[in-house]
Design a protein around this ligand. Structure first.
Ligand code: ZN
Length: 293
């Protein structure tokens, strides 16, 4: 009898034609991503060791938890400075792990600045844009179940290379060296908010994974995705590439304000953030098939 009742229950539910989640699907909103980016940038440059840096990390944690994510802080000391990666996971999700990452720190010295003001870099595009995309994905993904376990990772210490003896990509290197779960795929977003967004493919990225993301973007009618390799970057995907994990860097490196004091919020566009976030949201719905072989 219990079995029969359970069966009837399923039947009634199936006939209702509405799944518990389909009526709640939330689309990635570029304006919301922009507000997340503004929240980050409003603290000023997130240079490691400063209060703005701590405030930014705290805000990431608060926003993730507000969206239902569990947050793990990975704290460590590098050359005498405390650094902090943040890892967001969703309880109850299953399937291969897909890691989406962005760095939230900003650079102390604007060494691409032609004028006398050499910093720090406000990091609106170089930092806050990627954070904005990830926090907005964090808001929408819980209502859009996918066949993978998504991890949202906010890396510290990406952008101080060559200053005071620092290396680049310090936070992601530490994270990749202390993996407890090996992701099937890693996707990094960095400098993705330029209002003149043009996303060429990146040379160190996994071709299969990269092709799937670019195809998804093009199929959605987003003009920013240009299926041609242009730059080869040292970015937060590299520590994972070195471990043989298929990884992609989504970056628009044609940004005249890179590492200048003019990398400010007025250079960003909600529509650009939406092209990137909307593409990733759609790509994840094909997971795990989208991960390829
Ligand atoms: Zn940078």
């Amino acid at each position: 009898m219990r079995t029969l009742l359970a069966f009837l229950g399923v039947l009634v539910y199936a006939c209702s034609g509405v799944s518990p989640t389909s009526s709640e699907l939330i689309a990635f909103d570029g304006s919301s991503a922009m507000r997340f980016a503004e929240g980050q940038a409003s603290f000023g440059a997130r240079v490691p060791g400063t209060s703005a840096h701590t405030q930014a990390a705290d805000l990431i944690q608060t926003e993730l938890e507000r969206s239902g994510w569990q947050v793990e802080n990975q704290e460590f000391v590098y050359r005498g400075v405390g650094l902090r990666n943040l890892l967001g996971t969703l309880a109850g999700t299953q399937g291969p792990v897909v890691l989406l990452g962005a760095h939230y720190d900003s650079r102390k010295v604007a060494d691409q600045e032609s004028g006398s003001n050499q910093g720090p870099v406000p990091g609106a595009n170089d930092g806050a844009s990627g954070v904005g995309v990830l926090l907005e994905l964090g808001r929408v993904l819980p209502s859009n179940p996918v066949g993978c376990q998504v991890q949202l990772v906010f890396f510290d210490g990406e952008d101080s290379g060559g200053l005071d003896g620092w290396q680049w990509i310090v936070g992601s290197t530490y994270f990749a060296d202390h993996l407890t779960t090996t992701p099937e795929a890693v996707v990094i977003v960095d400098m993705v908010g330029d209002e003149d967004l043009e996303l060429f493919m990146e040379g160190n990225s996994d071709p299969g994974l990269r092709g799937g993301i670019w195809e998804t973007g093009s199929s959605l009618g987003y003009p920013a995705f240009v299926p041609i390799v242009k730059y080869t970057m040292v970015d937060d995907h590299i520590p994972f590439v070195r471990k043989g994990i298929p990884s992609v860097d989504i970056i628009d490196f044609d940004y005249p304000y890179w590492h200048t004091t003019r990398d400010t919020l007025d250079k960003l566009s909600p529509a650009s953030l939406e092209q990137v976030g909307g593409t990733l949201q759609s790509w994840l719905t094909k997971c795990p098939t989208s991960l390829g072989e």
